[in-house]
Design a protein around this ligand. Structure first.
Ligand code: GUN
Ligand code: ZN
Length: 444
């Protein structure tokens, strides 16, 4: 039995700060200890109380005034777009044609896919992200490359092969049949193996024929606990196009709903231009929206209405997504900073630090129906943790030395923090990344 302990300032949540007063949702231990046994959190409490109870010889990683939090959840990201992050000047549909499709075509080459998967996973960990919903390319070998890398680090990841049988270059098209069969083979190979889960991944309504969406619905019957990830109502030209392609559907969301693709464990990227009945449908079905603020601003797609989505009368699950490569950072701290600014621009509420960190951890886990195992620093939960250094840069140190409570420190981190503030990342009880080690990454 392997035991380890982490000492630091522990931040976690007991409830949903969009539905309850935020301060009542925060759990804070200013000098705390997290005891980890066999990959799970065994106990959490004040250092002074827990330290004397530790078994003799238990190693203690003392992080001083750094903050220990549940690892971040990124609910929407494209690993094959890593190489076209920061491609300027276009809105969604032109950007896909000009930059994304050529980049994704290169993933037919498994060696290239492996190289990018290795880089990408390390970057996620360097940013403190321990769980992500990942779009691979249309090529099954890109999924194998990603899951193999995730398995090396033992990260809890969700990923899938993109389905697209129309409106894409021929080299990137599958068919309803091959897309189905390739996905099924991947599900059998990877879904539920260790910490890996599969997401059926129709790219978006415009790239899938009705036959392909039907085949996607069929795949969901083939195993328990499968996810669905796709894009929804991101861009006005896209929405108009989907209306033409599916004239009989009542809305963009209805296209997916008719094929049985909207339910628990469905993660809909963007959801910017939604009507009240769409929010009601997501609430009823338990589907989640992935808020991707850096991407939405980069492509000029629009402003996600976070506080309307989370309206207590029919709250919709919301998680944060970086959406790299349209997104401009894999950092959930940077993403929170943009989410704050988007909320200010929309004017329906101000995103406080407690709500922000909840979205990046327990809220994300809840949106993915994984909140019984990740997202909390609490006994029985998987020991996926991020350690955040409030003195990581001169500016952060100076800003957080001015006084202020833990909420103020968290707000500074989400506004001026980024990957540099991630001191260490723990996955299933192992330290897989340590910023200050000579060799920062250690696959388990
Ligand atoms: N819609 C369909 N495909 C994509 C994609 O790769 N990125 C984004 N942001 N939107 C999409
Ligand atoms: Zn996307």
């Amino acid at each position: 039995m392997k035991t380890t302990a982490l000492r630091g300032r522990i931040v976690g949540f007991r409830d949903d700060p969009f539905l309850q007063p935020p301060s009542s949702c925060l759990q804070y231990e200013p000098d705390g200890l997290v005891l980890i046994r066999d990959g799970l959190i065994a106990s959490v409490g004040p250092f002074a109380e827990l330290a004397p109870t530790l078994p003799q010889g238990t190693p203690i990683h003392d992080y001083g005034d750094a903050i220990i939090s549940a690892g971040f959840v990124d609910a929407h990201v494209h690993f094959p777009q890593f190489g076209v992050i920061a491609a300027p000047g276009e809105q969604l549909l032109e950007w896909l044609e000009r930059y994304v499709f050529p980049a994704e075509a290169r993933f037919a080459d498994e060696t290239h896919a492996e190289r990018v998967a290795g880089l990408f996973l390390r970057e996620l960990l360097r940013n403190g992200t321990t769980t992500a919903c990942v779009y691979c390319s249309v090529h099954p070998q890109s999924v194998d490359a990603f899951f193999r890398e995730s398995e090396r680090f033992n990260t809890r990841m969700i990923a899938g092969k993109v389905l697209m049988d129309r409106n894409a270059p021929p080299a990137l098209r599958d068919t309803a049949r091959t897309g189905h069969d390739d996905s099924l083979a991947l599900i059998r190979r990877w879904h539920g193996r260790g910490r890996q889960s599969y997401a059926v991944t129709p790219r978006f309504a415009a790239s899938c024929t009705p036959e392909q969406l039907e085949a996607a619905g069929d795949l969901l019957q083939r195993a328990d606990g499968l996810f669905v990830q796709t894009h929804l109502s991101e861009n006005l030209a896209e929405i108009e196009w989907v209306k033409q392609l599916f004239p009989d559907s009542a809305s963009y969301l209805d296209v997916y709903d008719r094929y049985g693709l909207v339910g628990e464990r469905t993660v809909l990227g963007h959801g910017i231009h939604l009507a009240e009945q769409d929010f009601c449908c997501c609430h009823r079905k338990g589907a989640a929206l992935a808020h991707c603020p850096t991407s939405n601003r980069f492509l000029g797609s629009g402003a996600f209405r976070l506080f309307d989505a989370r309206d207590g009368r029919r709250p919709v699950h919301v998680a944060l997504g970086t959406d790299v490569g349209a997104g401009t950072s894999l950092s959930q701290l940077a993403t929170l900073g943009e989410a704050y600014k988007t909320a200010q621009a929309v004017g329906r509420g101000t995103l406080g630090a407690i709500q922000g960190f909840w979205l990046a951890t327990l809220g994300g886990a809840r949106a993915l129906q994984l909140d019984d195992r990740i997202g909390r620093v609490a006994p029985g939960f998987e020991a996926d943790l991020v350690v955040l250094d409030p003195g990581a840069t001169d500016l952060l140190r100076f800003r957080t030395e001015q006084g202020g409570d833990i909420e103020d420190t968290l707000f500074a981190l989400m506004t001026i923090g980024d990957d540099r503030a991630v001191r260490a990342t723990w996955v299933a009880g192992e330290c897989v990344y340590d910023r200050d080690r000579a060799e920062p990454f250690a696959p388990v």
